[in-house]
Write a protein that binds this ligand. Structure first.
Ligand SMILES: Nc1nc2c(c(=O)[nH]1)N[C@H]1C(S)=C(S)[C@@H](COP(=O)(O)OP(=O)(O)OC[C@H]3O[C@@H](n4cnc5c(=O)[nH]c(N)nc54)[C@H](O)[C@@H]3O)O[C@H]1N2
Ligand SMILES: Nc1nc2c(c(=O)[nH]1)N[C@H]1C(S)=C(S)[C@@H](COP(=O)(O)OP(=O)(O)OC[C@H]3O[C@@H](n4cnc5c(=O)[nH]c(N)nc54)[C@H](O)[C@@H]3O)O[C@H]1N2
Ligand code: SF4
Ligand SMILES: [Mo]
Length: 705
């Protein structure tokens, strides 16, 4: 009898529990786990269709080396691949120093993988150039929480959805991207249609907007103006929580002076919305006893992403909508373990346990934990994702080790990324599949085991830790990522510091290091998660039951325990439309695909529903260009071109068009949205502005019909 084993979904940050059927060593069926508190048995299409994505003919099953740049990849034994990697990195260390090496990893790694990789880079290779694709994803939310509340970490839980009276969804297409959270939102709305008010702020009328009582089709990039406009209305109407502001926050006076300058008329001008709709949104938010805001990339992927997060948190602080059931500024995590990445210090300025590299005391604690001499961890933060690739292109960085991410498809400005990879002295790529847009550039290919061929822990959006058991063997000679890092460390002569035989040992080493930090889960072990099920951090002791909600005592992680208002200003997108490039392009996701298609792109039911990238164009913009629904168009930005079929529609704001980014150049050079995007970024979070660039669109054929 085949057994159903419980685990976590490897796709999005909702973190649904799955039941997986294994037959003859392979995953044959996947369904929702009724006992998992994130989804109670629900499941979305991507997860249902996992089985055919796992064992495809393009799985990377053996290490390979390309001895010469113009040569082919050749299969080699693991020992050779690891020795080659170690030799090359040692040469670069000697010749150019540790800052010439960079590791670029991913929010899809397990917590243990993240932790070992970070320890290897920051502690032992001596480079803080360890960054991840979370830089393209959650960096602004992490920076935003830290600046306003004193520490990263979403304060809310999914159960807050069931209690909220106002649900404010801004810059999130929850229906397509966090489908099981969306189901919960829908259930809440349908159960109490008169008591629950749903606001959706998105330049597009998405599936998510279908649920909205109020849809705010704002101009891309204008969220701060909208949020300030709403706060202005509440301020004028005396709907603020003055007691909370007085007792639990700082910085209100400075913010007040800014808010004063954002009456709804001005907000309307900046956002392209009507004054009335902004006032209505404000009053609905302000009247709710419990208001919950959910957001993701429409907020984060901006050159003012951290400020957008601040404006949003300001609104919650000013109305006291935090630290209670049904409330909170709740950022939805994209990847399944982007949260775990933040906890383990998986960004170039962080150390494990929400510590920062700039903090000498934090460095000392971590050095002791890793058995390193004082001063071993370099005091300067390393390069962020884009800076790694810019460094490679310029020759300041010589080697890059890319793990579980596909930057040649997912980074802005693909030309720049490809140039960087060609320019590098050595490119190591550790992936489950080959070829991908990135593995093509590898000098060394390291075959990784993927879900569920290895075990580990991941943290979801609501700070919930789930243990993922190993359910099947990896194909060929693929190894779990932890094993690859550990064996590489041995090759470098650091065996005593990387003695791990099991992932449970790695987890314990990391969990101990979180003691006393905001993300303290020193009370968690693999054994406990296996026996008791999932836990929400903080979990500071072995008998601690976990924490559904942060800040219930209204004490924040700042030095004076007060949350901070941040007086931010609206700032238009870096590249505004002009005569040459008159439209705004925004990019994002579709329901049926996951990122760069290495898995969903191989599943017939998904690809047949969504075979190609489609450009959404507003009816009026299309008419001006004689474009009809179904026509092919050329989309050009200052950086490149795309050709796509058009969907002419009123569901997108006039002046804006949308293109999904899933298709990299290997599907056709002119299909890749990141031919067009720009690498301008937020000065605080270093997150790129993937949501706005200027483009021109013209019909491909010149014949008029
Ligand atoms: N099906 C599917 N689900 C996924 C993923 C996937 O690849 N496929 N990826 C996962 C990951 S890693 C992530 S990060 C999340 C992302 O989840 P989302 O953030 O929901 O997805 P996106 O499509 O990137 O962008 C969301 C919306 O932002 C809107 N938007 C664009 N510009 C602006 C703006 O300036 N302001 C506002 N308010 N809105 C704007 C877009 O129109 C879009 O509808 O999804 C996760 N879930
Ligand atoms: N234009 C535009 N670009 C974007 C975005 C956007 O909205 N617009 N969104 C950005 C965001 S939010 C994100 S998160 C990124 C995502 O971008 P990427 O991280 O580049 O996308 P994935 O396709 O998920 O890449 C994961 C890679 O890891 C491999 N893999 C899977 N499992 C394992 C494993 O267990 N171990 C190893 N070693 N490898 C494995 C997969 O085969 C795949 O090659 O894209 C960003 N890029
Ligand atoms: S909503 Fe996300 S976590 Fe849940 S089944 Fe779908 S992809 Fe997996
Ligand atoms: Mo993401």
């Amino acid at each position: 009898m085949p057994e159903w084993k419980s685990t976590l979904c490897p796709y999005c940050g909702v973190g649904c529990g799955l039941l997986v059927r294994v037959e003859r060593g392979a995953v044959t069926k996947v369904k929702g786990d009724p006992d998992h508190p994130a989804n109670f048995g629900d499941i979305c299409a991507k997860a249902v269709h996992l089985p055919p994505a796992l064992r495809t003919s393009d799985r990377l099953v053996a290490p390979q080396i390309r001895w010469r740049r113009d040569g082919a990849h050749e299969r080699v034994p693991w020992e050779v691949a690891l020795r080659f990697t170690a030799d090359r990195l040692r040469d670069i260390l000697t010749a150019h120093g540790p800052d010439a090496i960079a590791v670029y990893a991913s929010g899809q790694l397990t917590t243990e993988e993240y932790y070992v990789a970070g320890k290897l880079a920051k502690g032992f290779l001596g480079t803080n150039n360890f960054d991840t694709n979370s830089r393209l994803c959650m960096a602004s939310a992490a920076a935003g929480y830290t600046r306003s509340l004193g520490a990263d970490g979403p304060p809310s839980s999914y159960e807050d959805v069931d209690a909220a009276e106002c649900l404010f969804l801004i810059g999130t297409n929850t229906a397509d991207c966090h489908p099981i959270v969306f189901k919960r939102l829908r259930r809440r709305k349908l159960a109490a249609p008169d008591d629950v008010f749903v606001i959706v702020a998105d330049p597009r009328w998405t599936e998510t907007a279908d649920l909205a009582d109020l849809h705010l089709p704002l101009r891309p990039g204008s969220d701060i103006a909208l949020l300030h406009g709403m706060l202005h209305v509440l301020w004028k109407d005396g709907l603020l929580d003055r007691a909370f502001i007085h007792a639990r926050t700082s910085g209100w006076e400075d913010l007040e002076r800014v808010i004063e300058r954002y009456p709804p008329e001005r907000a309307a001008e900046l956002t392209g919305l009507s004054r009335e709709i902004i006032v209505t949104a404000a009053l609905r938010f302000g009247a709710a006893r419990r208001a919950l805001t959910l957001w993701s990339m429409g907020i984060n992927q901006s050159h003012v992403g951290t400020d957008k997060n601040a404006a949003l948190i300001n609104l919650h602080l000013a109305t006291g909508q935090i630290g209670r059931l049904g409330t909170g500024p709740f950022s939805l995590t994209g990847q399944p373990n982007a949260m775990g990445g933040r906890e383990t210090g998986g960004l170039a300025h962080l150390l494990p346990g929400y510590r920062t590299i700039a903090d000498p005391e934090a460095r000392a604690v971590v050095e002791r934990h890793w058995g390193l001499a004082p001063g071993s961890i370099a005091p300067r933060p390393g390069r962020s994702a884009l800076e790694i690739f810019e460094g490679l292109a310029r020759g300041d960085v010589r080697a890059v080790w890319i793990v579980c991410t596909n930057p040649a498809a997912s980074m802005p400005e693909t030309d720049l990324v490809e140039k960087a990879l060609r320019q590098a002295d050595v490119v190591i790529v550790q992936d489950a599949y080959h070829p991908t847009e990135t593995t093509r550039f590898a000098d060394v290919l390291l075959p990784a085991a993927q879900w569920p061929e290895k075990d580990g822990v991941m943290t979801s959006s609501e700070r919930r830790l789930t243990y993922l058991p190993k359910l099947v063997d990896p194909p060929g000679e693929a190894w779990p990522d932890t094993r690859i890092f550990t064996r590489f460390a041995h090759e470098m002569g650091w065996k005593a510091s990387f003695p791990y035989e099991t992932t449970a040992e790695i987890f314990d080493e990391f969990a101990t290091l979180t003691a006393g930090t905001p993300c303290d889960y020193s009370g968690v072990t693999h054994a406990r998660l296996r026996a008791e099920g999932t836990l929400q951090w903080p979990v500071p002791a072995p008998d601690h039951p976990g924490t559904p909600r942060l800040y219930t005592d209204r004490r924040f992680h700042t030095t004076d325990a007060r949350a901070r208002f941040i007086a931010v200003e609206h700032d238009p997108p870096v590249e505004e439309p002009d005569d040459a490039y008159p439209l705004m392009l925004t990019t994002g996701r579709v329901r049926d695909h996951w990122h760069t298609l290495t898995r969903t792109g191989k599943v017939m039911p998904l690809t047949s529903r969504t075979p190609e990238p489609v450009l959404e164009v507003n009816t009026r913009d299309a008419r001006r260009r004689a474009i009809q629904d179904g026509d092919f168009a050329e989309v050009a930005s200052r950086r490149g071109k795309v050709v796509a079929q058009c969907r002419v529609t009123d569901t997108i704001r006039e002046g804006v068009c949308f293109l999904p980014f899933h298709w990299g150049r290997s599907f056709g050079f002119y299909k890749s949205a990141n031919n067009l995007t720009l690498s301008a970024r937020d000065p605080l979070s270093a997150q790129p502005e993937l949501k706005v660039c200027a483009v021109r669109v013209r019909r491909l054929t010149e014949v008029t019909r």
